[in-house]
Every structure is written in C-alpha cells, then in structure tokens.
Write a new protein. Sequence first.
Length: 793
Amino acid sequence: MAKAPRQVEDADEKALAVPAAQPPVEVRPPDVGAVKTVAGGLPAVLHAFKHVLGEAGPWRGGKLLWKINQTDGFDCPGCAWPDPSHRSVNEYCENGAKAVAEEGTRERVTPEFFREWSVARLAGQSDLWLGKAGRLTHPMVLREGATHYEPLSWDEAFALVAEELNALGSPDEACFYTSGRTSNEAAFLYQLFVRQFGTNNLPDCSNMCHESSGTGLSETLGIGKGSVTLEDFDHAQAIFVIGQNPGTNHPRMLTALQAAARRGCEIVSVNPLPETGLNRFKHPQEVLHLLGPGTALNKLFLQVRINGDVALLQGLGKALLEREAKAPGTVVDRAFVEGRTAGFDAYAAHLGTVSWDDVVEQSGVPREQIESAADILARSERTIFCWAMGLTQHRNAVGNVQEVVNLTLLRGSIGKAGAGVCPVRGHSNVQGDRTMGIWEHPQPAFLDALEREFGFSPPRHTGLDTVATLKGLHDGRVKVFFALGGNFLSATPDTEFTAEGLRRSRLTVHVSTKLNRAHLVHGRRALILPCLGRTEHDVQATGRQFVTVEDSMGMVHASRGAVTPASEHLLSEPVIVARLAHAVLGARSKVPWLSLVEDYDRVRELISRCIPGFEDFNRRVRESGGFALPNGPREGRFPTPDGKAHFTVHTMPRLKLEPGQLLMMTLRSHDQYNTTVYGLDDRYRGIHQGRRVVFLHPEDVKARGLSAGQKVDLTSHFQGQTRVAREFLVVPYNIPRACAATYFPEANVLVPVDSHAEKSRTPTSKSIVITVAPSTVSAALLPAGTPDVARPG
Ligand code: SF4
C-alpha cells in the first residue's frame, strides 16, 4: 500500500458525504531551507534512482530507464521536449525518471482497495497519497447513491456509457476531454468517434496552457506551432527564455542550453522568480563536471514583474528601433521586414508613443538591463525565443506571444538555422493531439477530409473548450463528461466551481492509469476505465503494437512499451476508444472500429489519408527518430492569407491594484509534473515536506504585519467575487514587490472561471489579484473537505 502518510485516518464518512474537491490542508507545515544555486548534478541522479528503484524495483525500474526515449523504446510520458538524433544510453532527466517510476510502480489499486476505501475517505487524502496508492487494475463503477466504487466488466462499462450518451437530447450535451498523454492513434480515433457521435465538444489540456501560443502564432506566422528544431539550439547566438522554468518543467532543455552557453551563445532569462535551473547546471552524465561549480547559463536575468512582459518586450523593441535610428540598416533586418512581413510601420509608430517611464514601471525591470538585453539581441544574427506558461496564462497572453513575434520579425530571426520561435509544450503529446483533430474549433479542410474518408457529415459548429465545458457542466447543458486521461478537476481553474459542475452531471468517465482527485468528485454515476501506460507492452490480435507522438518541435516518432502491463485487465487507449465507439454508434457507423485496433498500422493509414504531413506514415515513422512535420515558418514561408508574417500592435497592460492587493501566479514544484505530485519537496526553491506556501517579497511581508512562517489565508478578488484558499505558510522570497506565487493545483481555487485570456480563453492562472491575511482557521480545526470558496450573494 501507499507509503505516503495518511492525512485522514478515520474520517467520519457521514461528515464527508460530499467528497472534497480540494486536497486537505497539510497537518505539518513545510520546512523552508536555502535556495539552491545549481541544478542537476548528483542530487538529480540520486533522486531519479530513488524514485525509480524505490517504486518500480530494480528489475522493472532498470528496464524502464534503459528504454526511455530510445529509438526502440517508449517516449517519456513527461514533457514534450524533443530527443536528439544521436542518443546516449541515458536520455532522461530526473522528472522523466519520476514519471516512469509513477507508472512502473509495484503498488496496485484493486477492487479490494476500493472495497476498503469509500470515495469520501479517499477524498480526504492528499494528492501525493492518491498517486502513491498505485496502478488501477480493473474497470470500476460508482453507482447512483453508492459510497464505494465496485468492479464491472468492460462490456458493462461500455454499455453504461452508450446508454447515457444515446439517451441525451443532443450530442452537444456531452463533452470529451483529452489530456496530453494520449497517443496520436488514440486521439485520431477519439475525435472521429466524437464527431460521428455528433459534436465538436473536444476540450483539451492545451486550452489551459499553450492555446495562447497557438492563437498568437497562427494569426501572425500562419501556424500555431513553434518554428525551431533541437538542432537550431546548436546554431543560436542568443536564446531568450521567457516565463519558463525548464529546470523543473523541461529539464533536458538544460542540456541544450548548457551546450549553447559553452560555445558562447548568450542566454537571457525573463521570470518573476530567479529559477535555479537557469542559473547554473551540472549535467548528471558528465562525471568529472559533477564535482565542479557547473556551467553558468544566464548571461542576463531580467526579473520582470508578473505580467510585465508586454512592457518589457515593447521596451526591447523600442531600444532596438532607437539603435536603428542612430545607425540605419544595422539593427532592423530591412530586406526581411520589407519582403516577408506586413505591419512594421504601425508597430514602429506605436513604439514611438510608448514611454520609457511606462516600460520601466510596468515591467519592473530597470532601463539599463533592458538596454543590455537589447544589445544582446542587436548583435545576435540568430536568436531563439522560448517561452511557456509565464506568457500564456494572462488576460493579454496572446499579446505577450505576439510581442515576441514582433521582436523575431524585426531582427529577421526566423526561417534560418539557429533562429525562430519555440513555445515549449508541457505534456508529451499535447501538440500531437491537436494535430490529430482534438480541437473544439476544427478547420473546415480537416472536416472535409473526414467527410470524404468516412462518408459522414461532421458537425461544423464550434464546440466547447475547457472554460465553456466548466460552465456547461455548471448550468446543466453538459450532462456527460468523458476524459481520456488527465486529472480534469485539479487541472482546471476555480476548483469548487468545477466540482459543483461535475457533481451535477449524469455521468463522469475517466480513462486513467492511476487514482486521482478527478475520480472522487463525480456525477450521478461514475466510471474509472484503467488503461495501459505508455511504458507497457501493447499486444493486439496481430501482435505487439507501437503508438506515435509529436514532440514540441513537430517531430513524429514511435513509442513502444517495454514492460508487462500492471494488470491483465487493462486495455490500451485506442482499444478503449474503438470499443466505446462500437458500443455507442453501432450500425450508425461504417468505420470498422474493432478491426482498426487489431493493427495500429490501419489507424495510421487512415491518418495518412486525412492529415497533411502524414503521407506514407507507416513507412516514415519506422525510420530511426521518425520524421518532421511540414513547418512553413521554419523555411521562411508564412501560410497566412497574404503569405506574410505580421507585426501586431498591443496596448501595454497596466497593473491596477488596490492598497494591500498583490498579483499572484501559480507555479509547479520540482517534485511535481502538471497535476501529478511525486513528492513534497521543491528543493531548488528550498521548500521541503509541504506545498501550501506563498512566496512574497520580504517588504510585502513586513508591510502587511506578517512574518516568515506565519499561516495566512489567500483571498482572490474578481468582479466583486471573492474566493478563499486557507492555511498557506508565508515564505519571504526573491520576487518583485506586489507579486505572489503559490503552487498549482492547491491555488486553483482562487482562479475565477471567467478570468481568461482574450481570444484564446486560457485561464489567467498567472494573473490573479489576491489579498493575504493571517489565517482565521487552524489546521487542527479545519475538517478535510471544507469548501474554500465564498462568493457574494
Ligand atoms: S525533459 Fe521532459 S521528455 Fe525529457 S526526460 Fe525529462 S520529463 Fe521526459
């Protein structure tokens, strides 16, 4: 059984009749120690082995590490960072090792486990405890009014979903969520099933992370993906890393940054918190290097205020234009701008109206530092701009991304080796799922291809994205919620609002490998459908199968499981989708669902006929390392309506805070991947054995009469509504004044469902106005499951 401490040993089930939506308050406050100055090194190696060997054991664990990210192995289920074409025997990072340890665990969540644990008691456990409970082994159902999940057969499970879906008044009363782990094959079948069923309600995790990148890039460059490859990092003269913490969220990116720094590439990082991974790095595989001080990565760190990015990026543009005015033809790439772009004059005119005072005040970065960064940009002929959710989760997130594009175009830094834009994706196949058609807003050409190939009329109206799904569940328009992977409840904003919506539904279904909080906040009936992990053998009628994924840089490659499945009762995701489609659609569908999943080549053959770039898919994906999808901007072609890349103009957002208010961002700890919590430490930031902390500037702590280590409640303020998250420990930290940072998902309860980015509708998890006050409830008095939301009237 799980090794993590139980937080509610003998909770009174009656008191917990409605299972809690949030993890319980930690009984023991976290320890706060020194912030680390170097990432990687021996501690990374030791933590990786501790997790893998401790959870999966030496034999299974060793096999997993041997095969992770190898051409004949499986793709890491962690992030979407690409693999190099020449691989070493250890192509993984500490967090990749933790991800496979989670999947490879020897612990099992069996029907006996569910007999012992009611849903309400499970909800009183921490996220760590739930995750450590082990792999799900059987399909389970929670019947109406029941307190415990019980086993059922796969046929019964599919029949139950079919009964609920076919009883709906409209296909639009169901939503079908996808997490970024889903393979291309499963995703393609899933969207095909959903569209034959009759809806485009296909929200996904991309709605919550890089939707702003997709929107911002599509409008300006004609494609919603980055333009660089991993090889470009070998040629860049400057790399800007903005709103991103690769040391924790994409650790192998540090290898690319280290190689770049060693050959003289200048790295500029932009974040509200100085992140250890961008400071110094010791490559765990360089044995001699482990004893030294590590490689310095940052040439320059710009400590931007939360959501001060537009101001900073405009300041950089302004500084470049001022240099150009002094020495015409030396900074702006005139040939590129005049031949390949549109909108430069309006952009330059707008920057002429922007004042340096505003730039400095709104960005929080001194002018001299902005000038230094502009010098780096001006002397670099080949610059890569990387970013992650520090740019994409604000109201003006699309503007953030497009200001990056403006700088890229100004310097003509795209369409050549060593240059371009690089949104770094989180979950391993989040980009591939979108390519496969997981989108509430599909392109007409894609729907035409489905119509041609499968002989049905796909729905043409826009479906529900994640935010719209939350609202639809809440107001009763959405009655069935199906999730292919993920932890929807914890990943989404406004936790209590989401939970209320899920509780109102008729049926919630989760395809999962492990137990998580989303299984515990459910509809009238609920199903858990356990699936194979990516690390496991997938054997179908024609033999062992492989699946494919697309990394953050548009490379498609194969992933082959390496170990025996955790249970003989597991089905693969493609098989679950195919059997579900067969059960739901019956004679309405001419697609040979069951035969398709006897051999995944048959699915790939269909993909090759429907999606441009996948021609000859089955042959090309068998080549070592896979193949690259077409990418116009990479070659200097911009598939926009006029064939040009576009400069855009954005009003600088202004921070408006009432006295005492702070702007809060959520972030991830080092022992975490998305909603999965691997441990309770965030060792680079010096936090140990706990997660309920709030990072504040020391002067902000003092100004509020607070002290380090004090327990406080956080209240968010949005359109007259307040939401409260209780019992956080104050940690004075190197963060700009008037800013605060807390961990996701604990602070999601503070993120209002209606607070999302313009155009992309990405929740603004990094721009939440809060106040902080001494805690009014002691941990001992706060029963697990206490709702933490208060709204007026
Ligand atoms: S960098 Fe990402 S993909 Fe690579 S091993 Fe680490 S978590 Fe996995």
